[in-house]
Design a protein around this ligand. Structure first.
Ligand code: GLU
Length: 247
């Protein structure tokens, strides 16, 4: 393909923890169509930061399956591109840099709650129900002394301090939305074991790869307000979002 519209950049971002199925083939097709119909650039990004769950042979298989479906991409792990690498496990320094910026703003804090370890924050949460109750803010207001004492006993995870104002956006499929950040509470950006969260990595990657249009499954709609807060905190342009019904 020959992209001629630099203002239209979209992506498909599979996690290589399972085989392609009709659901992600459908999402990939719609994302591809959105971009190809406007002569934009289509990016393939492999979201494998959750290392234990990700399998290299599945990553290869997903690329083969997409090609078999007739879906092509202009930038990706196998073809490179101006914002390479396109594989999350090779982009850890970018996530660390973004954390550094947020840290400087006082937007992050260390969290010692054990639930943090149990949560699989590195994987995209498919629906709020899959995430359990909102974080109640247990570690939000610890004093520096309390944090230092706890840090001697336990490696903390790092949370982003959400705002109080509702986060509003217009979804390309379902229209106007407004979310109360308290619905999730402060969310994890780095796990206690050092793994970066999906929420952080996806924002850093979409912003750095100049993605203008994010099209993905409706089960990620709940993640969008968290991601918008990160875009705002980092001073990055927020892309257009469209969440398509699950197949
Ligand atoms: N990697 C995520 C998943 O496979 C998708 C992330 C996204 O499209 O924002 O569920």
């Amino acid at each position: 393909m020959n992209p001629t519209n630099p203002k239209l950049r979209g992506r498909f971002a599979p996690t290589p923890s399972g085989e392609m199925h009709i659901g992600n083939a459908w999402t990939a097709l719609l994302a591809w169509l959105q971009i190809r119909s406007g002569h934009g650039s289509f990016i393939l990004r492999m979201e494998d930061i959750d290392k234990p769950r990700s399998k290299p042979h599945l990553a290869r298989q997903i690329l083969d399956d997409l090609r078999w479906l007739g879906i092509d991409w202009d930038e990706g792990p196998d073809v490179g591109g101006p914002y390479a690498p396109y594989t999350q496990s090779e982009r850890l320094q970018h996530y660390e840099d973004a954390l550094g910026k947020l840290q400087k703003q006082g937007a992050l804090y260390t969290c010692f709650c054990s639930r943090a370890d149990l949560l699989s924050a590195a994987s995209a949460p498919h629906g709020l129900a899959a995430e359990g109750p909102a974080y109640p803010g247990t570690c939000r207001n610890l004093s520096p002394e309390e944090r230092a004492a706890k840090a001697k006993l336990k490696q903390p995870s790092i949370r982003y301090r959400v705002g109080e104002e509702p986060v509003a956006f217009i979804d390309g499929v379902s229209g106007q939305h407004s979310f109360d950040p308290a619905a999730t509470g402060d969310f994890i950006v780095k796990r206690a074991d050092g793994m970066f969260s999906y929420q952080l990595a996806v924002v850093v990657d979409d912003a750095m790869m100049q993605v203008t249009h994010v099209l993905r499954g409706a089960d990620l709609l709940d993640s969008t307000p968290r991601q918008i807060q990160l875009y705002q905190a980092l001073g990055w342009e927020i892309p257009a979002f469209a969440h398509v019904p699950l197949f």
